[in-house]
Design a protein around this ligand. Structure first.
Ligand code: NI
Length: 166
């Protein structure tokens, strides 16, 4: 496993639409392992493949308190959303910044796991926010497009208000 370089805002790879994953090759398995390790090393709760320069429809998320329960999403599809949440959001590709983003509070997502078996997950709150944030990356979108008001430096915010995401 290896830590991969996280691309930052302005890198055109973050603006591209990613391609579906059709088979689980050794390279893709290695990519998944590296993405999980890179997410933990950067202390994020999510990381999408384009953030490490790979234009594939996959991301990893871990919103557990212990940070030891990663979920691998491959070819995800948002099948339902409901409600609304408004809160600070950040991104490993926009380091040191946060902004207020309104998103659905509930999401249902269909995705393939690391063995390409279809799964379905329902999430609320932070998990819903993380799934939607990461899914946006796969279509070349960053949360900064959705920010209400201005971007804040994390040093301006109370630590408990700033969620570092993917
Ligand atoms: Ni992000």
């Amino acid at each position: 496993m290896a830590i991969r370089k996280i691309r930052t805002q302005g890198d055109r790879v973050l603006e591209k639409v990613c391609k579906p994953v059709s088979e689980m090759s050794d390279r893709t398995i290695e990519l998944i392992e590296d993405m999980i390790e890179t997410m933990y090393e950067a202390e994020g709760v999510g990381l999408a493949a384009p953030q490490v320069g790979i234009l594939k429809r996959m991301f990893v998320i871990d919103v557990s308190e212990e940070g030891n329960d990663p979920i691998v999403f491959i070819n995800p599809e948002i099948v339902a959303t409901d409600g609304e949440q408004n809160g600070f959001e950040g991104c490993l590709s926009v380091p040191g910044k946060s902004g207020l983003v309104t998103r659905p509070n509930y999401v249902k997502c269909r995705y393939q796991d690391a063995s390409l078996t279809w799964q379905e997950i329902e999430g609320e709150g932070l998990l819903a926010r993380a799934i939607l944030h990461e899914n946006d990356h796969l279509d070349g979108h960053l949360y900064v497009e959705k920010v209400e008001g201005r971007l804040y430096d994390n040093s301006e915010l109370q630590q408990e208000d700033a969620e570092q995401e993917g």
